[in-house]
Design a protein around this ligand. Structure first.
Ligand code: BJW
Ligand code: ZN
Length: 240
């Protein structure tokens, strides 16, 4: 912990990748488990079965029910001390890029500014017909699946399996990882690509890599420091 504090002070360029674990303490369920007793499942479905274009084409109502449920939880959620510690760290650092896989918007609510959202936003809706995007924060949605004025079906403005990440966002994330001298990997199972490739990119470009998680992941070997614990507790201690 002391060494990592020192690295944070010394670093001139910091990049951070966060996953669902940073929002767990805000009451937002993770995808693949986390704290014992929160299996990350909704009605027996796994993210891999619902977060795909194929699942949406087959059963838009089922997929929207999952998103509507998650939107209602996220609408009630507040940033936790981990989100606030990252926002405070950005305010102090020369260069700080917060790359997140989360679609909940809690980093922005906590005050983080330079945020790259790799997987979109759960508050954005996009029409399958006219492609128009709009923000819609209503929960529950009045109609499922929701419809566009053009009559087309709206889908969540997120990135599903098999879909490309927004290319400019991804390019910026890769650049931040390459240029970082300190890379923090926080609350992600690091199984979903290309996001999971960012820490190895940072490492091979010379950055120190620090992971914060309640449990080890496939990337934990070969990094510089693993801090085991909840991000909502460890991050405020680190940034104090
Ligand atoms: C705590 C904690 C606490 C709990 N404190 N910690 C290379 C190899 C193999 C496969 C692929 C590959 N490249 C691409 C693929 C395919 C696929 C993929 O990665 N599959 C793997 C599963 C094998 N990837 C894709 O399809 C991606 N697209 C792509 O590659 O496109 C290529 C392409 C190019 C050109 C044209 C077309 C295509 C897209 C991936 C999209 C992922 N989408 C989702 C849904 C987003 C919308 C939504 O929210 O519904 O993103 S899936 C889901 O997983 C979501 C998450 O962002 C993502 C990652 O999950 P995350 O955040 O890591 O959460 P968990 O639950 O897994 O982990 C929580 C962690 O927190 C755990 O470790 C806990 O221990 C920890 N924790 N409490 C600290 N308090
Ligand atoms: Zn439309």
């Amino acid at each position: 912990m002391q060494a990592v504090r020192e690295w944070l002070r010394e670093a001139s360029s910091i990049a951070v990748l966060t996953g669902a674990g940073v929002s767990a303490e805000s009451g937002v369920p993770t995808f693949r488990g986390g704290a014992a007793g929160t299996p990350g499942l909704w009605k027996q479905y796994r993210a891999e079965e619902l977060a795909t274009p194929g699942a949406f084409a087959r059963d838009p109502k089922l997929v929207w029910e999952w998103y509507d449920w998650r939107r209602s939880l996220i609408a009630e959620a507040k940033p936790n001390p981990g989100h606030y510690a990252l926002a405070a760290a950005e305010a102090r650092a020369a260069k700080f890029t917060l790359i997140t896989q989360n679609v909940d918007g809690l980093h922005e609510l906590a005050g983080s500014r330079n945020v790259l959202r790799l997987h979109g936003s759960i508050w954005m809706l996009r029409c399958l017909e006219c492609q128009r995007e709009r923000e819609d924060r209503r929960t529950p949605l009045p109609e499922i699946p929701p419809r566009c004025e053009c009559g087309g079906t709206l889908r969540p403005g997120v990135v599903w399996f098999g879909e490309a990440l927004p290319s400019k966002v991804w390019q910026d994330a890769e650049k931040a990882a390459r240029e970082a001298d300190l890379f923090l990997l926080i609350g992600t199972s690091a199984v979903v690509y290309p996001a999971a490739g960012l820490a190895p990119i940072a490492k091979s470009s010379g950055a120190r890599v620090v992971e914060i998680n309640i449990a080890e992941t496939g990337l934990s070997d070969g990094i510089d420091e693993f801090l085991q614990g909840k991000s909502g507790e460890l991050l405020p201690q680190l940034m104090a």
